[in-house]
Design a protein around this ligand. Structure first.
Ligand SMILES: Cc1ncc(COP(=O)(O)O)c(C=O)c1O
Length: 368
């Protein structure tokens, strides 16, 4: 079987986990989490602070809670993983489903602008398929409309825009380190910001809202006499997860990023010119692609999915638009998003995909 995605982990990660188990006497959140945060801050650069949590969804939830009040409206593309939406409603806010641009598949700012009301407090763009080409436009939009901006950069760890790493500029940036992301910590996520108030809020909220408990945990201590001033959750990262993340980060620039770029460039070379396929135009020198979506035109998607099934090749449909889900249903249609949903297909993308796998997958697509 050719897998759509997978965790690429091995001896180094298991040795790191073994060290935590055998040496530390504590598997929960402690010094190793602090080390991972420091490593991430150093990698992203620019002095932005980082807070690690136990998922990308938790990162988004805490970030949203830190800058909104219940009832606030959040501009968000419907075309995203359901995590983005659950994080918004989890914080008591209202997702305002917006269209995406039909070429980049990213949040369409003209559509978003029409949906602004006095209750709009936040714009939450998603870097779908690691495409960060709109980052400056989003920052300008937020500034123009006096909105906070949280970037859902779950797909975009390691991506670069105008020589700056995603996470090293802007307002608040959230990453995911789940099992199949550009780096994994098993499960996990991180919030980056230069806003010290936000950092303190999310840092407390990840530990049940116990004020300044993180600093104690890093030293192997606990707060016994404490105050709680806000809603919190058990969202902190464990030393086990952090140990895996530290190793993955070390492997990222030399192993994972170049391989993911190579796969995306190979797909682009082999599939461009195919009249049944629309690709997302991207510069893969600056991007570390987490997924590789294609739009299958001329009503050929069903046929392609059938052949993939017969040949034991996994595929994905990323994503079912959230405004079509019962819990987030809108009273209005989003025709561009719905059209994309009828054509989108993600094909295998992970660092262990071989060149012959890539050629085999493309030969099937090109034989449609
Ligand atoms: C666009 C997007 N946002 C948020 C998340 C949430 O990340 P996690 O799975 O770590 O909770 C994901 C995860 O797949 C995602 O794809």
């Amino acid at each position: 079987m050719i897998r759509l995605s997978k965790s690429v982990v091995g001896k180094l990660e298991s040795e790191a986990v073994a060290r935590v188990i055998e040496n530390s006497g504590y598997l929960g959140m402690g010094a190793v989490v602090n080390l991972f945060e420091k490593d991430l801050e150093e990698y992203i650069g620019s002095g932005y602070r980082c807070v690690c949590v136990n998922s990308g969804t938790a990162a988004l939830h805490l970030a949203i809670q830190a800058v909104t009040r219940p009832g606030d409206e959040v501009l968000v593309p419907s075309f995203t993983f359901v995590s983005t939406y659950q994080a918004i409603t989890g914080a008591g806010c209202v997702p305002i489903s917006c269209e995406v641009d039909p070429t980049s598949l990213l949040l369409d700012l003209d559509d978003a602008e029409k949906r602004i009301t006095p209750k709009t407090k936040l714009i939450l763009p998603v870097y779908y398929a690691s495409n960060v080409t709109m980052v400056d436009a989003y920052q300008e939009f937020a500034k123009k409309h006096h909105l906070r901006i949280i970037e859902d950069a779950a797909h975009a760890f390691g991506c670069i825009s105008n020589h700056r790493k995603i996470g090293s500029f802007g307002d608040i940036i959230c990453f995911s380190f789940d099992g199949i992301k550009n780096i994994t910590s098993g499960e996990g996520g991180a919030i980056f910001s230069a806003d010290q108030k936000v950092i303190q809020k999310v840092s407390d909220a990840r530990l049940l809202g116990v004020c300044k408990d993180s600093e104690k945990r890093y030293k192997g201590e606990r707060s016994w006499v404490f105050d709680v001033t806000d809603q919190g959750y058990r969202y902190h990262m464990s030393n086990i997860f952090a140990a895996i993340g530290i190793v993955q980060l070390r492997r990222f620039e030399t192993e994972f990023a170049p391989r993911r770029r190579h796969i995306a460039k190979s797909y682009t070379m082999l599939l461009s010119g195919n009249p049944n396929i629309q690709l997302i135009p991207m510069n893969y020198d600056d991007t570390v692609p987490h997924i590789f979506p294609i739009l299958v035109l001329n009503g050929k998607r069903e046929e392609l999915m059938q052949v993939f099934k017969e040949k034991d090749i996994q595929f994905g449909i990323q994503y079912r638009p959230n405004h079509l889900l019962s819990y987030f249903k809108t009273s209005y249609a989003l025709p561009v998003t719905e059209d994309i949903y009828s054509k989108i297909l993600t094909i295998p993308m992970h660092p262990e995909l071989s060149d012959s796998d890539i050629e085999f997958i493309c030969s099937i697509i090109n034989n449609l």
